[in-house]
Ligand binder design. Structure first.
Ligand SMILES: [Zn+2]
Length: 147
């Protein structure tokens, strides 16, 4: 009886370690994808995300989370996208020549207009503003048709 219990405990331990190992590395899962003709807009303008070959990629929902194709969305936002297949890493970066933006000492937003709300503004690269966690200004950056 004691021998059976030890064998059972060892079996449970091996199964747990194997399943943990599989979970930590990589796995295939089965999911139900809900396609609902999801639309994406940027500054109020609808756009259709494409893959690296220019083929349309349709967004979908899994368990209440909406999944968008990262390349199509990131490129629409002006970001550079790289796929590193050896590590399964999506690398996003702000291009060196991205338009500079303006920030204030205490503001939570970055601006295209250095007189947006009055006060003192400093010009910084967009990557710096994003790195500080600032979000685009509704008045001068997200304004439809602005540049
Ligand atoms: Zn602004």
């Amino acid at each position: 009886m004691k021998r059976k219990l030890i064998f059972l405990l060892l079996t449970v331990a091996v199964v747990l370690s194997l399943s943990y190992g599989v979970y930590a590395v990589s796995e295939n899962r089965t999911a139900e994808l809900a396609f609902r003709d999801i639309k994406i807009t940027l500054n109020g303008e609808e756009f259709t995300p494409k893959d690296a070959n220019g083929k349309t990629v349709e967004p979908f929902i899994i368990d209440g989370t909406t999944y968008l194709p990262v390349r199509g969305v990131a490129e629409a936002l002006g970001l550079l996208v790289e796929w590193e297949g050896s590590t399964f890493t999506v690398k996003l970066s702000v291009p060196e020549d991205a338009k500079p933006v303006f920030i204030t000492a205490t503001g939570k937003r970055y601006h295209y207009d250095d007189h947006c709300n009055g006060g003192t503004y400093w010009e910084v690269p967009l990557s710096s503003a994003l790195g500080m966690g600032l979000t685009p200004c509704d008045k001068c950056v997200l304004k439809v048709g602005s540049d």
